[in-house]
Write a protein that binds this ligand. Structure first.
Ligand SMILES: Nc1nc2c(ncn2[C@@H]2O[C@H](COP(=O)(O)OP(=O)(O)O)[C@@H](O)[C@H]2O)c(=O)[nH]1
Ligand SMILES: [Mg+2]
Length: 194
């Protein structure tokens, strides 16, 4: 039992060390890095595609895609105009991707309308820790039972004042606000890093 605890501690501190190295590397090169997390199918890759297409003329964008096996999503990001690399986690081992994720200062959660409006209440920890929230697939609001007020109330309790972007990667509605926020945050970060 004691031995098992020691092993866990060593793995975690190795993670922390690598994450700290990554953080320093990003800072040194004035790279504004964000972590986008969402459940499978919420639209992460669609959001990345749209973001890269709309910002590629203004920013140099790189995507690190953590996936279980394929490079399909990294290929989509590359086709949209980003430099993209794939980390295949091989199923069980989630070591490399979280080591990078842990080094990223901004965390963006993407929820989506078909997941349902109860998700902030069911997964409070996820909503507490993020710096921005995308609510994707708003084009589906007429077809899905999703009470936006109820959803937002849940978010507000967990993460007061969280900046939120309801949008659709299908119709492009709301994408302009997200792009504006991301561009401003990037420029502000780069200004501070000088
Ligand atoms: N109706 C609708 N479908 C979307 C939207 N964004 C993504 N999708 C679809 O949702 C599915 C999953 O998207 P994907 O970006 O691969 O999700 P990921 O697994 O989070 O990377 C795909 O079939 C997309 O075409 C949206 O805004 N509206
Ligand atoms: Mg994807």
């Amino acid at each position: 039992m004691v031995q098992k605890l020691m092993v866990v501690e060593q793995v975690l501190s190795a993670n922390d060390r690598v994450a700290e190295n990554n953080r320093q590397y990003f800072d040194r090169h004035a790279v504004f890095a964000i972590n986008i997390l969402a459940s499978p199918g919420a639209g992460k890759t669609s959001l990345i595609e749209k973001t890269v297409q709309l910002l590629a003329a203004r920013l140099r964008i790189a995507v690190i895609d953590g996936d279980i096996a394929t490079s399909l999503d990294a290929d989509r990001a590359a086709a949209a105009g980003a430099s993209a690399v794939q980390i295949n986690t091989g199923g069980e081992c989630h070591l490399d991707a979280p080591m990078i994720a842990g080094a990223l200062p901004q965390s963006v959660l993407s929820a989506s309308v078909p997941e349902g409006d109860d998700k902030p209440y069911k997964y409070p920890g996820t909503y507490r820790g993020v710096n921005a929230l995308v609510i994707n697939k708003i084009d589906l609001l007429p077809y899905v039972t999703f009470n936006m007020d109820y959803f937002r109330q849940g978010v507000e309790i967990l993460n007061p004042g969280l900046v939120t972007f309801p949008l659709s990667c299908r119709t492009d509605e709301g994408l302009d606000s997200w792009i504006h926020w991301l561009l401003q945050a990037t420029l502000q970060f780069q200004e501070q890093s000088r």
